[in-house]
Ligand binder design. Sequence first.
Ligand code: BGC
Length: 738
Amino acid sequence: MKLRGLLASAALMACVAGTVQANTPAHSTSNAEQRARDALAQMTLDEKIALLSGKLPLLMPAAKRPAVIGAGIVPGVPRLGIPDQLATDASLGVSNLLETRKGDVATAMPSGLAQAATWNIDLIRDGGRMIGSEARAKGFNVMLAGGVNLVRDPRAGRNFEYLGEDPLLAGRLAGAQISGVQSNQIISTIKHFALNDQETGRSSASVEMDEAAMRESDLLAFQLGIEIGNPGSVMCAYNLVGGIFACENKFLLTDVLRRDWGYQGFVMSDWGAVHSTEALLAGLDQQAGEQLDKRRYFSTDLTAAVKEGRISEAAVDQAAQRILYAMYAHGLVDNPVTGPVPIDYAANAQVAQRTAEEGIVLLRNEGNMLPLAKSAQTIIVIGGQADLGVPSGGGSSQVVPVGGFRKVLPLGNSIAATFARRGYGGTPPLDGIKAAFPQAQVSYVDASDRAAAVTAARAADVAIIFADKYSTEAEDSRDISLGEGQDELIDAVASANARTIVVLQTGNPVAMPWLSKVPAVLSAWYSGQNGGIAIGRILSGEVNPSGRLPVTFPADISHLPNPVLPGSTLPPPSKEERAVYGLQTNSPPFKITYPEGSDAGYRWFDAKGHKPLFSFGHGLSYTSFAYSDMQATRSGQTVSVRFTVTNNGKVAGADVPQIYARREGKARRLAAWDKVFLKPGESRVVNLQIEPRILADFDTRTHQWVIPAGKISIELARSATSPEQVRTVKLTATRIKP
Ligand code: BGC
């Protein structure tokens, strides 16, 4: 962490000095560039154009499908040693959508929110390395990972895939994940660029946000992720931004990405997100999954456009050069995938388990209900299919876990139902609890039988209820309640047994109308391959919880920037609208104006004075941590914070001290954090540097980040609403390159 801080600050100082940083060592970058140029010079126009379009293997004639069927294939140029690009989803492991690879499984990582809740950069990198190794072993050399869209609304269907509501947290973690994936000599994406923050209207809604607000929020997450992770590819999004489709948005793809950020890799489209051949001129390099678009814009149509002189061959060359560059720079040519190679699933499950254990958040623990005493004789486990596995989110990121899904619940009629599943797999929590409490009699009752659950709870020493809520790509939730009668069930069980623990397994924040009746609540998210074991170990205290919320849990839906989810009251799209906006159209076109602007998540709650149910950054431990000796200093452009954390409790554990910065009249922003593992009685001095762009406004007039001169409060905090110590630092006016 310390070393990363130093590296990050070195990169930033270079930013301040106005130079563009590339993460790849200079020699290999220029080498890749030259090799790409040499290859390009030997290619025919047809070969170049072939690099610019990918197909969904599933929709290819069987005889033409690649040996390994994933999300995409782009044919290579064998005579020049350039391999096929074989793509698989996604950030949570090697997915197997619709089980196109019959019986193929992979290690399921916990959801993105669970990963973000670890606040542990090294662990996220390990997870990236692991899923990337499985992608490679299965024969893929492009992984569609790096999902970093910000959580702006707790109803959004894909929040579970992403890394929370804060651009610094999400961007740094995405960068770590990408660098882990790419350490396998394969390409990772960062996606979905940009502002694809909800699923309603995902391909027909236009996000209307002023540039400064974008730069200070969603774009900053991408900027950090790209600086840190150096992904070979950026995947542009389905939605429109400022009335222009993201995949033909020159502002995003050329002005921001290439001109301002100096990005050298290539832009691939999302599957079914391309609407014109001219998108090439706006900065799109590759049409992925071309069968899902109306036309073969980047193959048949592009060839015609070049022949007719409507698009220059130089534009084709530029896109092909960027793709080749990324392939050389990330090892696809020099270290071609061979696959299939055997995978050590037992070892990889440990990576998933560590992540689950560090990502589970202890939200509430009245009277030290947890860890549960080993003396408990009878434990009743209720609901959530806890006897079969843990839930997973649906859509392209969904991994069929090792062991397969033990249960798949039916979905209603929706676009999501055509490709997503509501599947339960991995180690069942019931098994994890039995293993953690060998002396106890542990039994299970299904949530569907409320009377039996209440009777069993009354007779047991302890009741543990698993409450889950499904989230999926292509669909948002209507509200933030658990639904399916689970609130009533929890209420009834808690009335029958005061020693009731709720384990939430959700892809989003949820409401908890029963909270005052329940002494202990864990958020386990979707906990992945060994989720059940991780939950058991947390309940028993074998593992001390150290997760912290990467999202705000609102107390009431009326506190959200958009109390009604944008677009959710519109009728279904017409046939004509579908024709214009593509296969993924789930609503008529509409505009999304996010009233919070750059103040996404806790910053909105702070600015409006709304008290959340649980704050961003919140999470309890079985030990306690004290903070002392805080100092905040400025030297040149760098603001540093130094303090001591002491574990003054009785058991070992990890703390996540958080630094928030607050300029006068502004909402506070996360500016730095650390994850510190301490034995009882142990102390550690922590040194952190503040990300300067967090202190800045983006000035669209001078086209720079601007830190005005003035005072700034630096808070050492346990969450976004619980500052412990505050110092003031005086800043001089500073400008930073965009
Ligand atoms: C998703 C992407 C995914 C792609 C390929 C799209 O529907 O939005 O995240 O990578 O499909 O499966």
